[in-house]
Structures are given as structure tokens and as C-alpha cells.
Design a protein around this ligand. Structure first.
Ligand code: CAO
Length: 446
């Protein structure tokens, strides 16, 4: 066993070629010719194979590094017989890279060609000429080396970014080549499946298709664009996030008295001050104490991305459907400023004048049906956020204070969260802290 350095072989006239994937980690066992990294030039995607079998000791590159011939990629504890082979680092190497336009439709010279009637038989081990010592690895062009799907590097990159496995996509281009539209179509199919609750990526059986007209008169009305978009988003969140919803009732008697005392000042300033802004303010305060709630699970499910800013999405009911504009930096704003902003943004939402920026960057959401009614509901987490608070209509309730029933204004709250991130106990602590803050707003000063 000996530690060997693996360097980038000659890949043709390409300097500074970016690494787009690192396929091994220290401790991995690799066989000779197993791919170590993927490079992407403007013309082709190339996997760089290992020249040795053995155990990877160090990986010396990361995604977005740019490499040229001779740059170190990794160190490997090579298996005995290979480790003993003398190095011949400078051996010139023919690049396997081909212009994208050609490679998409051609097979690799090392692979049996589709047109070849019979692939040449592999030489037997005994007759096989010994490989040149430390033969620099030949980069494998992805689309031809083993990969059955034909697609240009840009389409491959597009598919990779969106997590689409090209082997599941049918190409409609010449010779079955996969086009960007084919990848888009594959995504659309999955999303539509999710939207309809039909069989899709999650393999969920579809709802039965029923001809309702057989039971009576019907009318088919198209869904609004917003409903179609939010429907897909809600289905995706519902299917991907294991939801838990916890309920509470919070005494907001003092809060309401305070709000009423501020109302004349607010009205004078032309501001409508509803209980919701106090909820937003208290929520921002509590999110600081519970940063896991102000976070998103990384796509690989391995890490939590905790956000240091507090931007609250507020669900707004509009004639065309539900939209969730974002109120930014709620923790840094006062009740008057928040009221004004909420009025402004919800008016723009109803007028259909929100921009993409208004709808992005949220860290936690609130859905309030308090102005309408109902005692409780279970909001759907606005993924990839971790939690959402549902607010229902406050009502006067008889509350036992230890010696008698007293009338208190109680606000029903529902907290839904991603159970992969938040445990029930943490959810309950969050809710209790929020409730305490709303009951006694002096908590905001602590
Ligand atoms: N309890 C009791 N009264 C409440 C209340 C509550 N929790 N929340 C609001 N109210 C009162 C307000 O004080 C106001 O009364 P006054 O005019 O007498 O002060 C009245 O109800 C109407 O409030 P509002 O709805 O106009 O304002 P808001 O700040 O509470 O909410 C907004 C703003 C944009 C969130 C709301 O208009 C809205 O669109 N809600 C629907 C959200 C939704 O659809 N969620 C469901 C998503 S899932 O499909």
C-alpha cells in the first residue's frame, strides 16, 4: 500500500475547467476507472476516473474550483500491485472530450459503437498488454460513457440543477437526444401529478376520475392562474413535509385594550391597526429565541439553514386566490410601521400588483382568518420554511382564574411545523412562549 497523488490528466485544450461535482469523499473505496469528479467545460461534461483502486485519503478539490492539467485532485492509498507501478506523469494524453454537438449523437470510441455489428471481444487477462505505468486516466465523457441518455452539456447541467435523472426522460430530438424542453416536460409532469394528487414522483395513486354530469347538471370553471400556482405549491409542501399542528388559546385581553387605546392615534395617521400586527411582532420576538423555526432544511436533508433575518410571509386572500407577500425585518419595526406596511402590501396583493421580490425571502409565515371567523384550522407549512402560524378569530370566553370564571378575550392559534426539524416539545415551548408574549406584551422588552 502506498499513498499516491491523483492529478488532472490532459483533457485537451482546457485550462481552468470548473468542477461541478465531487463524487468521492475521504474513506471511500474506489476501483480503478471509478469517477472521482466531474468537470464541465463550455463544450462537454467529463468525469475524471481514478487511475488506481484503493481508499481515498484526501479530496483536494471542491465544487466550483477550476482545474488545469496536473492539478491535484485527491490522495489515495492505492492497492499493492498498482502502487508499485512506476509513475509516468508526463505521458501525453489524448483528450476524450468531443464537441457537444458531436458527442451527443456518437458513442465513445472506447464503448462499442451502436453501429458496430459486434463489439470487439475484450482481450483475455493473460494476453492483455500491461497498461502503461500510472497511465493517466482518460476523462470519460458523461454522455457516452455508460450513460444511455444523449443530451448536450447545457441540458445535462440544467437537469442536474433541477435534480432530474436523465435516464427517466425521453428525448424528442434527433436520435432520441434529450432537449431542454424534454427536461421541462418531465418536471411539469411530476408537478402536475403533485398538483392533482395523481400518481407522480411520490407514487401516490390518483383520485378516481368521475363523470359528475351523470348525477346532475355541472359547470366547468377554469382555476385562476394564482390558484393553479398556489395549488401546486401547497401540494408539494403537503407531500414533502411531515406536518404536525399544535393548538393553543391565548389570552389577549390586555393586548386588545392596548390596541384599542392606540386606535385613535392610528386612525389619525390613516393606519388600520389590527391584532395581526401584534401577532407578527410577538412572533418575530419568539423566532429569535427559537432559531430552528426561522430556518429551512437543506435540500439534502443533512443540515438546517438558520436565517438571521426575520421576514414574515402573510397569507392574503385576494379575488384571484391566496398569495403570501413578505413583510421584511419584522423584528426591527414598530407596530405603527408594521401596520402601515401590512395595509400597503395586502392592498397591492388584492390589486394584483405584487412583484416577485414582494413574494420571496420569507422565513416563516402567518395565515390569519381572524377577520373572518372560525375557531381553528390547520395551516400548511409554506415550504421550504419550517413553520406557519394560523390565527383564528378571538372571542370572549369564561376563564377560570382559580376562584371564579372571568371573561377573557381568547385568541385561537395553530402552529404547523415540519416534524423533521421541530420536535413536539420544541413546538409546544414555542407556542407557550408566543402565547405568554401575546398575553403580556412587556415580554417584548426582555
Ligand atoms: N380576532 C378578532 N378580530 C380580528 C382578528 C382576530 N384574530 N383579526 C382581525 N380581526 C378584526 C380586525 O381588527 C378588523 O376589525 P376592525 O376593523 O373592527 O378593527 C377585522 O377583523 C378585519 O381585519 P382584516 O382581515 O381586514 O385585517 P387583518 O390585519 O386581520 O388581516 C389580512 C389582514 C391581509 C391577513 C387579511 O385581510 C386576509 O387576507 N386574511 C385571509 C388570509 C387567508 O386567506 N388565510 C388562509 C390561508 S389558507 O387558505
Amino acid at each position: 500500500m502506498a499513498t499516491k497523488s491523483i492529478t488532472l490528466p490532459d483533457i485537451g485544450n482546457y485550462d481552468n475547467t470548473p468542477v461541478i461535482e465531487v463524487l468521492v469523499s475521504p474513506g471511500d473505496r474506489v476501483e480503478k476507472e471509478d469517477s472521482l469528479i466531474t468537470l464541465e467545460s463550455d463544450k462537454a461534461t467529463m468525469e475524471i476516473p481514478s487511475p488506481y483502486s484503493g481508499e481515498i485519503k484526501k479530496v483536494l478539490v471542491k465544487v466550483e474550483d477550476t482545474l488545469k492539467q496536473g492539478d491535484l485532485i485527491a490522495e489515495i492509498e492505492a492497492d499493492e500491485e498498482e502502487a508499485d507501478e512506476p509513475a509516468e506523469e508526463d505521458k501525453p494524453q489524448e483528450a476524450a472530450e468531443e464537441p457537444a454537438d458531436q458527442t451527443a449523437d456518437q458513442t465513445d470510441a472506447q464503448q462499442p459503437s451502436e453501429e458496430d455489428p459486434e463489439p470487439a471481444p475484450a482481450p483475455s487477462k493473460a494476453n492483455e498488454p500491461a497498461p502503461p505505468a500510472n497511465d493517466p486516466p482518460t476523462p470519460i465523457n458523461r454522455q457516452s460513457a455508460g450513460a444511455k441518455s444523449h443530451a448536450s452539456p447545457s441540458v445535462r447541467l440544467f437537469a442536474r440543477k433541477l435534480g432530474v435523472d436523465l435516464s427517466t426522460v425521453t428525448g424528442t430530438g434527433p436520435k432520441g437526444r434529450i432537449q431542454q424542453e424534454d427536461v421541462e416536460g418531465a418536471i411539469k409532469k411530476v408537478m402536475e401529478g403533485a398538483g392533482k394528487g395523481a400518481a407522480g414522483g411520490a407514487g401516490i395513486p390518483p383520485l378516481p376520475e368521475i363523470d359528475f354530469s351523470q348525477f346532475g347538471e355541472i359547470e366547468e370553471r377554469p382555476l385562476s392562474r394564482i390558484k393553479k400556482l398556489s395549488g401546486k405549491h401547497l401540494s408539494t409542501a403537503w407531500l414533502n413535509i411531515p406536518h404536525v399542528t399544535q393548538f393553543d388559546e391565548t389570552d389577549i385581553t390586555e393586548l386588545e385594550a392596548f390596541r384599542k387605546s392606540l386606535k385613535p392615534r392610528a386612525e389619525k395617521a390613516g393606519i388600520k391597526m389590527t391584532p395581526l400586527v401584534f401577532v407578527l411582532k410577538a412572533l418575530a420576538h419568539v423566532l429569535r429565541e427559537f432559531p430552528n423555526m426561522n430556518a429551512s432544511l437543506a435540500p439534502d436533508g443533512e443540515n438546517l439553514i438558520v436565517k438571521k433575518y426575520i421576514n414574515l410571509g402573510v397569507a392574503v386572500d385576494t379575488p384571484k386566490g391566496l398569495v403570501v407577500p413578505v413583510v421584511r425585518d419584522v423584528d426591527k419595526k414598530g407596530i405603527f410601521e408594521l401596520s402601515e406596511e401590512l395595509m400597503e402590501i395586502s392592498a397591492r396583493a388584492r390589486d394584483g400588483k405584487l412583484t416577485g421580490a414582494d413574494l420571496s425571502g420569507g422565513t416563516f409565515s402567518v395565515s390569519s382568518l381572524g377577520g373572518i371567523g372560525g375557531t381553528q384550522f390547520t395551516p400548511i407549512v409554506n415550504g421550504p420554511e419550517v413553520g406557519i402560524l394560523g390565527v383564528s378569530k378571538a372571542s370572549m370566553q369564561p376563564v377560570w382564574n382559580g376562584s371564579e370564571f372571568v371573561p377573557r378575550l381568547m385568541l385561537p392559534l395553530a402552529l404547523s411545523y415540519d416534524h423533521r426539524v421541530i420536535d413536539g416539545a420544541e413546538g409546544a415551548r414555542f407556542m407557550t412562549t408566543l402565547s405568554r408574549t401575546l398575553t403580556d406584551l412587556r415580554e417584548l422588552m426582555l
